[in-house]
Write a protein that binds this ligand. Structure first.
Ligand code: ADP
Ligand code: RBF
Ligand code: MG
Length: 190
């Protein structure tokens, strides 16, 4: 399909294998919300692109009382024990744009794990202090790296993912891709 492909959705729970089994967390979003056509518009495989997280949606979907309310958008929230959320909320109240992160993503059935449902999983090339389930993730996919493969070992899978990460980083550093960081879609209003 033609790039860019634009997707947006809430970060949902997967099997929890990304962090625990591979050491590579992936934010899963529902396989709907594609800007073009239905689910088949996005072939299975490994891609790279940019993403943003809409932190305001974290507070709305979290029941913890330590997380600031999303309704008060004039004053910064109190510091809470959930530092990542608090930091993100501060930045959102002071600026109009949110951080745009380089990402690498996997779409498909994870042949190594033989999933029965197709999924879309986004590994963000950034170290976060805590989880962000419930946040709205906006994504622009800009390029295809390879199809999904089965592997003889977990180490072989991880080795390829590490190479995917390097390819994504290197590609996104190029002028042609940097421009997409300021696309309205990532600001959440397109
Ligand atoms: P799941 O199977 O529920 O997707 P994972 O083990 O794949 O669990 O971990 C994904 C979760 O980890 C994300 O939903 C997000 O809340 C958190 N996370 C922390 N750092 C990252 C990151 N760099 N990229 C993606 N998700 C991250
Ligand atoms: N799973 C596979 O079974 N085969 C793959 O080729 C494969 N490539 C991946 C590449 C990247 C960049 C990422 C982030 C994940 C990939 N996965 C692949 C999915 C991986 O198995 C999955 O993220 C974990 O099982 C956690 O759900
Ligand atoms: Mg995941």
């Amino acid at each position: 399909p033609p790039f860019p492909l634009k997707l947006r959705g809430p970060v949902i729970k997967g099997f929890g294998r990304g962090s625990k089994d591979l050491g590579i967390p992936t934010a899963n979003i529902p396989l709907s919300g594609l800007s073009v056509g239905g689910n088949d518009a996005l072939d299975s495989g490994i891609y790279y692109g940019w993403c943003t997280l809409d932190h305001r949606t974290i507070a709305q979907t979290t029941t913890s009382s330590s997380v600031p309310s999303a309704t008060d958008d004039t004053s910064p929230p109190e510091r809470s024990s959930n530092h990542a959320v608090a930091d993100l909320e501060y930045s959102s109240s002071n600026t109009t744009s949110s951080t745009v992160y380089p990402t690498v993503l996997s779409v498909g059935y994870n042949p190594y794990y033989k999933n029965t449902q197709r999924s879309i999983e986004i590994h963000i090339l950034h170290n976060f202090d805590s989880d962000f389930y419930g946040a709205t993730l906006s994504l622009i996919i800009l390029g295809f790296i390879r199809p999904e493969y089965d592997y003889v070992s977990k180490d072989a899978l991880v080795e390829d993912i590490r190479e995917d990460i390097r390819i994504s980083q290197r590609s996104l550093d190029r002028e042609a891709y940097l421009g997409w960081k300021s696309d309205d879609w990532l600001a959440g209003d397109a």
